[in-house]
Design a protein around this ligand. Structure first.
Ligand SMILES: [Ca+2]
Ligand SMILES: [Ca+2]
Length: 93
């Protein structure tokens, strides 16, 4: 997700953009991101610009486990925010 962070960190109204990004990934609007929604988003981006990111089901599962604090197999907005914070710590500090 490094490319994603690069993209977001260049935009001024950060929190607003994160919410927009979250909402656009959460296609069914239930406030949580399911694995299929992540996959659909990646496929959608790749159809315009091949990011080189083609996660297998296992990689996707690992990625979700990495930020799924309440372990329900989905990512809510708080978990999404703390994922971005984790990434920013790894890559920008
Ligand atoms: Ca959803
Ligand atoms: Ca969760």
């Amino acid at each position: 997700m490094g490319f994603f962070w690069d993209f977001l960190s260049n935009i001024d109204n950060f929190q607003w953009v994160i919410k927009k990004a979250f909402d656009s990934i959460d296609v069914d609007g239930n406030g949580e991101i399911e694995p299929e929604e992540i996959l659909n988003t990646i496929n959608y981006i790749n159809s315009y610009y091949d990011t080189g990111i083609h996660p297998t089901e296992d990689q996707l599962k690992l990625g979700i486990e990495f930020c799924d604090v309440d372990k329900n197999g989905k990512i809510n907005f708080d978990e999404f925010m703390s994922l971005l914070k984790k990434l920013s710590k790894y890559e920008f500090q």
